[in-house]
Design a protein around this ligand. Sequence first.
Ligand code: PRX
Length: 658
Amino acid sequence: MVDRNGWGRDRPVPTGSPRSPPDWFAQQANVTDGGIYETFERDWPDCWERAADLLSWDEAYDTVLNDGNAPFYEWFAGGKLNAAYNCVDRHLEAGRKNHVAIRWEGKHGERETYTYRDLYVEVNEFAAALRGLGVEEDDVVTIYLPMIPALPIAMLACARIGAPHSVVFAGLSADALATRMDAAESEYLITCDGYYRRGDAFNQKSKADNARLSVDRDVETVVVDRLGDDLPHVLGDDERDYHDLCREYAGETVEPVSRDAEDMLFLMYTSGTTGEPKGVVHTTGGYLAHVAWTSHAVLDITPEDTYWCAADIGWITGHSYIVYGPLALGTTTVMYEGTPDYPDRDRLWEIVDRNAVDVFYTAPTAIRAFMKWGSDYPDRHDLSSLRLLGSVGEPISPRPWNWYREHIGRGDCPVVDTWWQTETGAVIVSTLPGIDEMKPGAAGPGLPGIDVAVVDEAGDPVEPGQAGYLTIGRPWPGMARTLYDGDDRFRSEYWDRFSDPDRDEWVYFSGDAAAIDEDGYITVLGRIDDVINVSGRRLSTMEIESAITDVSGVAEAAVVGRSSEVNGTDIYAYVSTAGGHDPDARVRQRIVDSIESTIGPIAKPSEIVFTPELPKTRSGKIMRRLLEDIANGEDLGDTSSLRNPEIVGEIQAESGSE
Ligand code: PRX
């Protein structure tokens, strides 16, 4: 297998010594039956009823899976339910109204606690307010909020009235927000005045204002006052204050709208292989069943737990495992506004200690930072409440895996490494913590009922120990149903590569390379498309390149990933300018500004290398793979077949990697 990142080369797949789940854990785990894999195979697809049974349905579904129009599958068709009812009301009805639903930890030490009853009241009031603003069923509501309680409340309020939400990560730029609002034809925006970044008040509303100027339609806007006097703001005619609105609708309730299982619950934009972000469509029944099931089976959450996923709700991890999964199970979910190192590097452990967190879920990039900061920080706190640790978003190699288990999990907690994607909706590959042996460095086998395979170019499974393409061969409930931009793009992005429509064989391609061992454990190696994963965030190299080439004076740009100890990957940009490789400093600044304004600060390169030309093949294609090797200081091999081999030495000198 040959691809840009060279995963086909003989690289040993690093896994550490396997570890069995400790007895104390296995005895209390939610899933303890080792026969579950066989049961799911035998009963497939009806096995997924177990997931659906975790939910409350207004009307029972007729069929578990309808595969008549593959790859546009339907799960639990004919069933009706409401996601907000499942995440809120039914827990009140079960006599758990005083149970804590959300524990919010603010940046500056503020704390707020929402019981299920509180959540019910606030979700209802805001749902009534949205209706009052004119939001109807199926209208897409864009939410552009940082990690404050209004964010999950707004999501659940949308779900209650059957209006799909499209949450745009608060750190994305005005342009990115406008593009997503236009693509989703969204006429409603919920945002805030600003939020605290490190110690400073950061203006979010000015970004939202700028976005609205370029959105094609009129936008009704609700503004949450997060900063009060720290950032006074003035509301325009078509803007309403969130708290005023909620006061206006105080005490009102809204009947949850009974949605078809296949009605859209939300849209989530993510980076794809072209410059245009993809609007991934998730529906109500299958998504909710899959996130609830995996919260139960993989994260081992029980209603009595205090559970903390330290991600941002602006991405899929937060949707599935801060909001929908844990709340569907009626647990206490912790929501943290700040960063791990503010005011000090023990901030997360202080929160775990004070809240007696049972299950903690974070990303390898954070774990690598904790490891670098040293074990003194966690050692300052009592972390004995922890029962299970999770990892998501990037490959985790054995060293940080072991460090995490040792220093956060007292050498005793199981660690689940969960592989999944925005498009899969919920976890696909992971060990089941009460049953399976853990192998540090390998995520695990496909979950019960999930048919993952690592295949070669022809779609045939590779031998154990070999690398290939990570694919999923059968549908699963949480899968994306389509892309908002169209069914054709959905097929071409994910299905065309390995499916055989003539034989009605459908295989989903994840865009990842992976290796598989003799036990079916998957080690994910990384993306093989034009997507890079920086600190667990997915960015399109083409989107960054087009922001760079928008700058006047720039001729061409190529963006590649460079392995980085903490971030996993750093962004390296190779830029050729009209006047050669010595531009004035303003070009560099304009490039940074352009990236920040079209995407956001998260896409800022850690290195910009100017060169008179980019290395090209004889046919004129930019050799990104070669640039990646240069960035990573790798051996370049024979470059004589390039059209301009002489440029390689110059670029190496500029990159400091000669
Ligand atoms: O490359 C894989 C990586 O993150 C990609 C999905 O990114 P996104 O849609 O933003 O969702 C992130 C959170 C689920 C995947 O294609 N990835 C995710 N989890 C893992 C991972 N790579 C290795 N190991 C993981 N556990």
